[in-house]
Design a protein around this ligand. Structure first.
Ligand SMILES: Cc1ncc(C[n+]2csc(CCOP(=O)(O)OP(=O)(O)O)c2C)c(N)n1
Ligand SMILES: [Mg+2]
Length: 287
């Protein structure tokens, strides 16, 4: 991205919103900043309209802080709670029709490769569990089978949250929600394993309770997608509104689910991706 595109034309300086002026003065672009520097620069998402204690909002904040190359990243979103925050994200982003996100991202990545052959452009899908594991599963898996160079990040709040609480394929067995009063009859879908078997070169499961590990996984996934093949990161992002717990208990809930054995951080890496990442991470140590 050429930074001159967001510089303020002098004659508009007095009418530009303070938020925008702050971004121009203290942007994170091209500086290699990450999760550890949060609070020292203007973030790509600050205020958002999501519920208090929303796990997805925290995950989104951490993902945006983890992007290896935010100025040349395009996010493809889908319908769901996160779609409400995207208009406030200071990054190129596209809203796709519910479930179509990986098809849109595939076309976009191919077009960007043709349009900017000498530049790295990262295409990252960020969508809910319903969009990824249910209604969009066909498009998601086909993009993996075709080995598209894109990263898919699922914000797993274990429900269709935006539409008032239906069960999703990712809700645990027995879950009772506003619109699933009898309790879910089937177990949670094993998406990391499906991703691994469907051709993803890098797969991870994580939660915002481990911000540094989340950052490492998001970076590894995006770097792998550049050169090796598709990648998938599943982020457990509990929803206080639909699961009816107190907003301040979101992180405690992750830890409790971990203790009970319902959530586990995972990482699957193919040998090719492992060698590629080891080369990059080794190079970074020398810097
Ligand atoms: C094609 C289509 N089908 C259904 C809907 C209705 N719809 C909007 S959001 C949503 C649920 C989204 O669930 P998820 O992807 O898990 O995101 P969340 O809201 O939980 O973040 C549904 C079913 C829609 N907008 N478009
Ligand atoms: Mg959901």
């Amino acid at each position: 991205m050429n930074k001159s595109i967001f510089k303020i034309t002098p004659c508009f300086e007095d009418i530009m919103p303070d938020e925008y002026k702050e971004l121009v003065e203290s942007d994170p672009f091209g500086k290699g900043l990450g999760v550890s520097q949060l609070g020292t620069y203007k973030e790509l998402l600050e205020e958002h309209p999501l519920c208090a204690g929303c796990g997805l909002a925290l995950s989104l904040r951490l993902i945006l802080a983890s992007l290896p190359n935010p100025e040349d990243t395009v996010i493809v979103g889908s319908t769901g709670c996160s779609a409400l925050a995207f208009p406030q994200v200071a990054l190129h982003n596209i809203h796709s029709v519910f479930g179509n996100q990986n098809a849109v991202a595939s076309g976009l990545k191919r077009a960007l490769k043709l349009r900017f052959p000498d530049k790295v452009k990262d295409v990252v899908v960020i969508a809910g569990d319903g969009a990824t594991a249910d209604i969009g599963l066909d498009m998601v898996m086909q993009s993996w089978f075709r080995c598209e160079n894109i990263t898919t990040i699922m914000l797993d709040n274990e429900a269709y949250a935006n539409t008032g609480g239906q069960e999703s394929g990712m809700s645990p067995q027995g879950t009772v929600l506003n619109m699933a009063p009898k309790g879910k009859k089937f177990p949670k879908i094993s998406m990391p394993e499906i991703a691994r078997e469907s051709g993803c070169a890098y797969v991870a499961a994580i939660s915002p309770a481990q911000p540094k590990r989340l950052e490492k996984m998001v970076r590894r996934a995006i770097l792998t997608a550049r050169e090796v093949g598709p990648s998938y990161v599943q982020i457990f992002s509990p929803c206080p509104t639909n699961y009816k717990f107190k907003p301040q208990e979101m992180v405690a809930r992750i830890k409790q689910r971990e203790k009970e054995g319902f959530f586990k951080s995972k990482e699957y890496i193919t040998t090719e991706a492992q060698e590629y990442l080891a080369g990059l991470e080794e190079g970074k140590k020398d810097e």
